[in-house]
Design a protein around this ligand. Structure first.
Ligand code: MG
Length: 273
C-alpha cells in the first residue's frame, strides 16, 4: 500500500468558537493549528479563512496572510486552498480570487451541485470550468470534491474534454446532510467509480468519519479530518485538530501503514509544483 496522506481541514465554513472553543479563526490560530498538525503527520492543509467577524470568506488578502505566515514559520505542509467559501458572490471572480497566490500547490474543486444542511452548494458548469482553468493556469492540482456520484461522472467527463488534467485526485465528501450518506457500501461504490489511475481521499461529516476513516485507511485510500468535518467525539467531548490527526496516525500505525511526508504526498498525488 502507498503511504497514507492525511489532510487537515482545520476551520471550514461552519464551526464557531461557540460550537467548539478550539476552532481556529484568526490567522495566528489557523497557522498554529496547521503547524501542530504537520508535526503529528498531516501532509496537506485544506485552508479556509475567516474575516474580521469570524465569517467565512474567499478574500485573497486573508489567504495571503495565512500563506505568508506558514512560509515564515517554515511549516512543512502542502497548501490547499478552498474555493468553497461563501460570504460573497458565487462567481469565478469571488470564489477563485486567491488561486494566483504563488505559495499554494492545490485547490478544492466541486464538480457539481448539491445541498448543504440549509443552503445550496451551487456550482454551475461555467463556474466549474473557469475554476479548473484558473487552477491549471497557476499549476495548482485540483482536489476534486465529490458530494455525490454525479460529481464523479462529471469529473471523468471533464477529464476526457481536457478541462481537468489526468490523473485526477478526488476527495469523496460523505455524509453532508443533503448529499450522499456516509456508509461503507457507498464508500466502496464511489471508489469503484473512480478512474483507475486516480488517487483519492475521503472526508465524512460528523461521527460517520469515525467509522469511515479506518475503512479508507485499510482500503489504501487517504483521509481528511479536522474541525471542518467534525467538532466532537461520539460521546460529546470536543475535538481539536491535533486530536483528530493523531487518531488517523494511530489507526494507520495499528495496521502497519506508513504516513506520507509532504514530499511523498506531492509525489503520490502528482502535484504540478
Ligand atoms: Mg472546505
Amino acid at each position: 500500500m502507498e503511504k497514507l496522506i492525511i489532510t487537515v481541514a482545520h476551520t471550514g465554513n461552519v464551526p464557531t468558537k461557540e460550537m467548539n472553543p478550539f476552532t481556529p479563526i484568526t490567522s495566528e490560530e489557523i497557522v498554529a493549528d496547521i503547524k501542530a498538525c504537520a508535526k503529528l503527520g498531516a501532509s496537506v492543509a485544506h485552508i479556509h479563512v475567516r474575516d474580521e467577524n469570524g465569517k467565512p470568506t474567499s478574500r485573497r488578502d486573508l489567504y495571503e496572510v495565512v500563506l505568508n505566515k506558514l512560509d515564515e514559520e517554515k511549516v512543512d505542509i502542502i497548501r490547499q486552498l478552498s474555493t468553497g467559501a461563501r460570504g460573497g458572490e458565487n462567481t469565478i471572480e469571488w470564489r477563485g480570487q486567491m488561486l494566483d497566490l504563488p505559495q499554494a500547490q492545490m485547490a478544492s474543486l466541486a464538480t457539481g451541485s448539491s445541498n448543504f444542511a440549509g443552503t445550496v452548494n451551487a456550482n454551475a458548469p461555467q463556474l466549474i470550468t473557469a475554476l479548473a482553468e484558473k487552477m491549471h493556469d497557476n499549476a495548482l492540482k485540483p482536489e476534486i470534491e465529490c458530494f455525490d456520484l454525479a460529481m464523479i461522472s462529471n469529473a471523468k467527463r471533464l477529464g476526457k474534454k481536457g478541462v481537468l488534467k489526468t490523473p485526477m485526485h478526488f476527495n469523496l465528501v460523505m455524509n453532508v446532510p443533503g448529499s450522499i450518506e456516509g456508509t461503507v457500501e457507498n464508500l466502496i461504490y464511489m471508489v469503484n467509480q473512480l478512474p483507475k489511475d486516480a488517487t483519492w481521499t475521503i472526508c465524512a461529516i460528523g461521527s460517520a468519519q469515525f467509522d469511515l476513516i479506518p475503512m479508507a485507511i485499510a482500503m489504501g485510500g487517504n483521509v481528511r479530518t479536522g474541525l471542518e468535518d467534525v467538532i466532537e467525539f461520539p460521546k460529546g467531548r470536543k475535538v481539536t485538530n491535533a486530536m483528530l490527526v493523531q487518531r488517523c496516525v494511530d489507526i494507520a500505525k495499528a495496521i502497519g501503514r506508513e504516513i506520507a511526508t509532504p514530499t511523498e504526498a506531492a509525489e503520490i498525488m502528482g502535484l504540478f509544483k
